[in-house]
Design a binder for this molecule. Structure first.
Ligand SMILES: Cc1cc2nc3c(=O)[nH]c(=O)nc-3n(C[C@H](O)[C@H](O)[C@H](O)COP(=O)(O)OP(=O)(O)OC[C@H]3O[C@@H](n4cnc5c(N)ncnc54)[C@H](O)[C@@H]3O)c2cc1C
Length: 496
């Protein structure tokens, strides 16, 4: 296999919000860095989360440290990333049967964390689908985030400042000499080429794979992977984020996200972390509990389900799922006998900027550099070009110019990558009509459109297999259109 060498100050492993946030912070402090992502950007939890910019209210009782971090970061992100955030506001709803003592503790916790809370009357709630069994309702500054856009904005802003991003490149090994990191060995999957990247510092921000990457350096990290599953409803069922005001549990948050609503989550031990998916049992549970807040929930069409993995860090093995703190951890592995290697884990998408800043402070300390972080005051606006052209996806208004822009970056090549970058196929028809058109466009560009279409439909089909009601009609149409070509439950053409 051909070999290649590259050199930088810092290698960042993982193209989720943590890795891209760290890359931007490094580039703003003038530190040369390369980000390595084994698939496309936002392949992990950052593309499979709930979409909530937390006010901190959810953690006000159970995890005061996270609550404080969330409200502080919530206010900063609304200022610096307005393009990726919709400031919907949020409601915490106590139902008649919910515990008054918890509400009292919650109000105290919010006050302590600095979360602004305002009680409103039934007339002021104005949420038509909400049950009338509301006892009390409180407004908080929750909001909705487009995670795909956020990750792309961070990566683009870092690249504008000289950082490099390599997608479809997997870190195989952390290289060390004399108990000090000297770089990484990676595989560029598209070129089928191994590359040795020399670096002084390696930052492991590999999300649910953080322990596997640490393991390649001979270091054991106590990670408990935890799966959360979510349901996407076909339109906005709520105007604001709606949280159930009781001890955090399953299915107690509705997030309005663009044209849809996302209900979640669950908290279970995953079967596998590479291709997580919601089980029928989880879907039933989400619907049953969600219907306590929105009684006509089961009449609404579910577009799809999906699942993401939280890499919860606990050195205490008696901790279980929701009881493990959602705060973050930055581990300098000098304590494990390896200098120049840091792992970053836990936390929330809401707190990515703070995690990145603290990580880069640590990196600066290791490099002997004294430059303060400025991300809290650096506005990141949408400079991503594209914007429609000939229409391909009606549901999400995506056109040929949008695909062209990302194809030209040479980072996003396949239809699934283009979906993550542009939202193609994410709307009501779930790719039924735009799939053919986009595949035709790729074929015109000299790519294997049929192969791309197959992979795209397989991915879309994964989240709709367990669909119910109205959505089964849409799925039947999808199958009728495509079944001549593909078996949608597998990759590959129909007859082998
Ligand atoms: C179900 C669920 C719901 C959530 N809801 C919310 C919410 O509403 N609000 C909120 O603030 N937070 C939420 N979170 C938390 C949030 O999603 C995560 O904190 C955040 O996305 C983590 O980002 P990350 O970059 O650390 O990890 P990831 O996004 O998982 O990124 C890690 C990346 O590393 C890459 N990688 C792994 N191994 C290698 C390797 N060897 N070489 C190269 N690359 C590699 C992966 O492909 C992946 O892209 C939720 C999490 C889950 C699971």
């Amino acid at each position: 296999m051909p070999q290649k060498f590259m050199k930088t100050d810092v290698v960042v492993i993982g193209g989720g919000v943590t890795g891209t946030g760290i890359l931007l912070d490094l580039s703003l402090r003038g530190i040369d860095a390369i980000l390595i992502e084994k698939e496309d950007l936002a392949n992990g939890a950052s593309g499979r989360f709930h979409g909530l910019l937390h006010s901190g209210g959810r953690y006000a009782v159970s995890d005061p440290e996270s609550a404080k971090e969330c409200i502080e970061e919530n206010l900063i992100l609304k200022k610096i990333m307005p393009d990726a955030i919709e400031d919907t506001g949020g409601l915490f709803i106590q139902l008649i049967e919910d515990d008054d003592t918890f509400v009292f503790e919650w109000l105290k916790g919010c006050q302590k964390a600095g979360i602004p809370v305002k009680e409103i009357s039934w007339e002021e709630i104005r949420e038509p689908h909400l049950t009338d069994r509301v006892k009390r309702a409180f407004l908080v500054p929750d909001a909705s985030i487009d995670g795909f856009l956020m990750v792309n904005l961070l990566a683009e802003a870092a690249k504008e400042r000289g950082a490099r991003v390599k997608t479809y490149t997997e870190v195989l090994e952390i290289i060390a000499e004399d108990s000090r990191v000297s770089g990484v060995r990676v595989l560029d999957k598209r070129a089928n080429q191994e590359i040795t990247i020399q670096a002084n510092i390696v930052v492991n921000a590999a999300g649910a794979w953080v322990d596997a990457v640490a393991e390649s350096a001979g270091i054991a990290l106590p990670i408990q992977p935890n799966q959360g599953s979510l349901l996407v409803f076909h339109h906005r069922l709520t105007n604001r984020v709606i949280n159930r005001l009781r001890k955090p549990g399953d299915a107690d948050i509705f997030v309005p996200a663009g044209p849809v609503t996302i209900l979640g989550t669950t908290s279970i031990k995953p079967e596998h972390i590479d291709e997580p998916s919601a089980s029928l049992e989880e879907i039933e549970r989400l619907l049953d509990i969600g219907a306590e807040l929105l009684p006509n929930l089961k009449d609404h069409r579910i577009l799809r389900s999906y699942a993401g993995i939280r890499p919860l860090y606990s050195s205490d093995t008696v901790d279980e799922g929701r009881d493990i703190s959602r705060s973050f951890h930055i581990i300098n592995h000098e304590k494990d006998g390896l200098k120049g290697f840091i792992s970053v884990l836990g936390g929330k998408l809401t707190t990515y900027r703070l995690m990145a800043e603290k990580t880069v402070d640590e990196v600066c300390g290791m490099l002997g550099i004294d430059v303060p972080g400025i991300t809290a005051d650096t506005k990141i606006s949408r400079t991503i070009k594209g914007i429609t052209g000939q229409l391909l996806c009606d549901c999400e208004s995506v056109g040929t110019n949008d695909l062209e822009y990302w194809l030209n970056t040479n980072e996003a090549l396949g239809l699934n990558d283009l979906r993550r970058r542009t939202r193609l196929g994410m709307g009501t028809c779930q790719g039924t009509f735009c799939g053919y058109r986009a595949a035709g466009y790729l074929t015109d560009r000299g790519r294997d459109g049929l192969e791309e279409l197959n992979s795209f439909l397989y991915e879309r089909n994964k989240g709709t297999r367990l669909s119910k009601g109205q959505q089964t009609v849409e799925n039947a149409l999808n199958r009728a259109i495509y079944l001549g070509l593909f078996n949608l439950n597998e990759r590959g053409p129909k007859d082998g």
